[in-house]
Design a protein around this ligand. Structure first.
Ligand code: FUB
Length: 452
């Protein structure tokens, strides 16, 4: 994303173009995304999410409900810079689908013998012969590359009614399709990946009460993990069961992520290992706090205990990956924060995609932002995009709250956003954690900081 900014230096005003660093949650900043299905293909991470849109006037299944007409694929090699590969499948191009349903819910994608199979649920145009109702079915679209182009098959998978497909290929080459419709189902897939080889069976021993959906299955050290969102209380949380066979039986084991602190009714996830670290991809409604059907995908690191159980993941704003010191660092995506005196607000309450700002309202209020990469460059100045009607002084400290002061910056009084440029004395090699603190005056609002 490019921006033009006005800079204030002691003597001159300049303009320049900058690229925003994107190593924070939510990871996609251009559209609403949900139900992330992440995979590592050819050394890159690909994510196939649902694409939430606000319900177009007179369309969609119902008002204030999920509304999705297509899928995009996204990829990255560093979990920081994401490429949007554009629309890969759309409801208007799937022969069997109701092109007015706006119900392209949680998908999945897998590679087999150099082909990429994209599985997606949507509502069928033809009513079911027994119930005479239009049902959710699961279709397949096939591509030669993970980013497409994908060609949807003319018919959905026979024998499957439901949503949230997940495909897992075991070490022996056997592929399994999981999906949900109240219960979680599994069936073997034929070698062609488009037909069932066995009858669907309900996975037993899962909680009987409360909706279960969104299965995600993976194997680690010979243990099979069936992970899924479940409504134990009032909204979904991520739970898991473990077993020694992809078809079960599985034993309920624990909770991967608690219910959304923002009350997003759904969560939906995937788990991958990339470059030796495990990651949980999930969604929440940070960009749409008043409408939880417009969601945004996030990722955080996931860790296992020695016995193979999963440690609970606490959702963060900071996310994963290094933030380059030379690109605007959105400090509102902080790692930790003082108990009071600082809060995050949208920069533009009518456009959540403009992002957030940090508002420092009390002297001594601070936030910490971890993992900024200074590389081996000799940075000469720090730039801060700020707004303060009464003026104030901020400090940037290194490492922790009582760490050395890297820079003390006077934010002049202004009614508009300005960029303050302050020369730097200290040289900073490598990776650093930064603390931003309001030393005097205020309130001061900060959009971002970066180094030059
Ligand atoms: O995105 C629509 C539905 O919401 C998904 O299919 C479910 O898993 C839930 O996330």
């Amino acid at each position: 994303m490019k921006k033009r900014e006005l800079f204030i230096t002691p003597v001159l005003f300049i303009t320049l173009s900058i690229t925003l660093s994107k190593a924070q949650n939510p990871i996609i900043r251009s559209q609403f995304t949900a139900d992330p299905s992440a995979h590592v293909f050819n050394g890159r991470v690909y994510v196939y999410p649902s694409h939430d849109i606000p319900v177009p006037e007179g369309k969609g299944l119902r008002k204030d409900w999920f509304c999705m007409e297509d899928y995009h694929a996204f990829s990255t090699d560093n979990l920081v810079d994401w490429t949007d590969h554009g629309v890969i499948v759309s409801q208007y191009k799937v022969k069997w689908a109701d092109s007015n349903a706006f119900s392209m819910w949680a998908p999945d994608c897998i590679e087999r013998n150099g082909k990429y199979y994209f599985y997606f649920p949507t509502i069928s145009a033809k009513p079911d012969t027994i119930s005479n109702r239009k049902m959710f079915r699961i279709g397949v679209a096939i591509a030669d590359k993970p980013e497409g182009p994908f060609n949807p098959l003319p018919e959905p998978i026979k024998g499957v009614v439901g949503i949230d497909p997940c495909v897992f290929i075991d070490k022996d080459g056997q592929a399994y399709l999981y999906w949900s419709l109240g219960n979680i189902y599994v069936a073997k897939l034929k070698e062609n990946m488009t037909e069932l080889e066995s009858k669907p069976q309900i996975i037993a021993n899962l909680p009987a009460k409360g909706l279960k959906e969104g299965p995600w299955v993976f194997e680690r050290n010979g243990l099979y993990y069936l992970t899924f969102p479940h409504v134990e209380n009032t909204i979904e949380r991520l739970e898991y069961a473990m077993g020694d066979n992809p078809m079960g039986p599985f034993k309920m084991t624990g909770v991967i992520m608690d219910e959304s602190p923002m009350n997003c009714w759904t969560n939906h996830h995937s788990i991958i290992e990339f470059n030796g670290q495990w990651y949980l991809f999930y969604h929440q409604n940070a960009r749409s706090p008043k409408f939880d059907k417009n969601r945004s995908i996030c990722t955080d690191s996931l860790f296992f205990n020695e016995d193979g159980t999963i440690r609970k993941v606490i959702p963060t704003h900071r996310g994963v990956g290094l933030s380059e010191a030379s690109k605007p660092i959105q400090i509102d995506r902080y790692s930790s924060i003082s108990e009071k005196g600082v809060k995050m607000e949208f920069i533009d309450s009518t456009n959540s995609f403009a992002g957030w700002k940090a508002e420092f309202n009390e002297k001594g209020a601070w936030l910490k932002y971890n993992a900024v990469d200074f590389g081996s460059r000799k940075f000469k100045s720090i730039k801060v995009k700020a707004l303060s009607q009464s003026g104030g002084v901020i400090q940037i400290r290194l490492g922790q709250l009582d760490g050395p002061v890297l820079s003390e910056i006077k934010i002049p009084e202004s009614v508009n956003w300005i960029v303050v440029d302050k020369p730097l004395k200290t040289l900073l090699p490598g990776k650093q954690n930064l603390v931003v603190l309001l030393k005097d005056g205020g309130p001061v609002e900060i959009d971002w900081i970066y180094f030059e």
